[in-house]
Design a protein around this ligand. Structure first.
Ligand code: ADP
Ligand code: MG
Length: 232
């Protein structure tokens, strides 16, 4: 299994009060698959993704990515894992405002080791003519395309997308999902995507339904729907 999570628990303390946000997550995803985490706001989806991407640490349980038990990595190893192996895409794009599109991709820490160059990834997301623009000059959908280019330039093992279409209209969402599907097919990148839109689950190989810190159901789709045919 490319992703193997078992008994994963995470609590947050606020003052004296301890809140258990993840209560024993069990989850598996094969290499090259698309997984969707579906669940209501506050159910622990982002916490789970942040642990998987090495942004946060769990309290207990097992988390393996491509055979590496990430909760056993020291801080430096975890930083390397996050930089080299993981691509992140967020709802609000998180581009650096005072850098151009090209520079936003260039600042990726290990770009020197990248198998792709900036022009190649901009072409892949159909943004080759916007290389010298600033984020404020782009629409939301265009900014998300740039953030996808930035995430894939290092050819990550795993692409983590936290509500990538949460701020976009249906038409633009569809084009972004189409692009993610293309990245999955052409580069073989394993993708795990958070959404609260059940329609998007149709494009996933596996769907993980989360309710208050637990996976209450895992659905394996034998057939996945192309993004352009998702019914909203
Ligand atoms: P989701 O992404 O499903 O909306 P989150 O994982 O962001 O949910 O949050 C789950 C719960 O954990 C929420 O109740 C949230 O308030 C709490 N939480 C998330 N991050 C922190 C934090 N850093 N400190 C304290 N509580 C947090
Ligand atoms: Mg969230």
């Amino acid at each position: 299994m490319f992703i193997y999570i078992s008994g994963l628990k995470k609590s947050y303390m606020s003052g004296e009060v301890k809140t258990e946000v993840l209560k024993g997550i069990e989850m598996q995803l094969e290499k090259g698959e698309v997984g969707v985490i579906l669940g209501p706001s506050g159910s622990g989806k982002s916490t789970l993704m942040n642990i998987l991407g090495g942004i946060d640490r769990c309290d207990s349980g097992k988390v393996l990515v491509d055979g590496v038990e990430i909760n056993k990595l020291n801080e430096n190893q975890l930083t390397d894992f996050r930089r080299e192996d993981i691509g992140f895409i967020f709802q609000f794009y998180n581009l650096v405002p005072n850098l151009t599109v090209g520079e936003n991709i260039e600042v990726v820490s290990n770009i020197s080791k990248s198998p792709f160059n900036i022009d190649e990834v901009l072409k892949a997301v159909e943004m080759q003519d916007k290389k010298h623009r600033f984020p404020r000059e782009l629409s939301g959908g265009e900014q998300q395309r740039v953030s996808i280019a930035r995430a894939i330039v290092k050819n990550p093992k795993l692409l983590l997308c936290d509500e990538p279409t949460g701020a976009l209209d249906f038409q633009t969402s569809r084009s972004i999902l189409k692009l993610l599907q293309k990245v999955n097919k052409e580069f073989g990148t394993t993708i795990l995507m958070i959404t609260h839109n059940a329609a998007i689950a149709a494009m996933a190989n596996r769907v993980f339904k989360v309710r208050s810190g637990e996976i209450v159901e895992t659905v394996v789709n034998q057939v996945t729907v192309p993004a352009e045919r998702i019914e909203w």
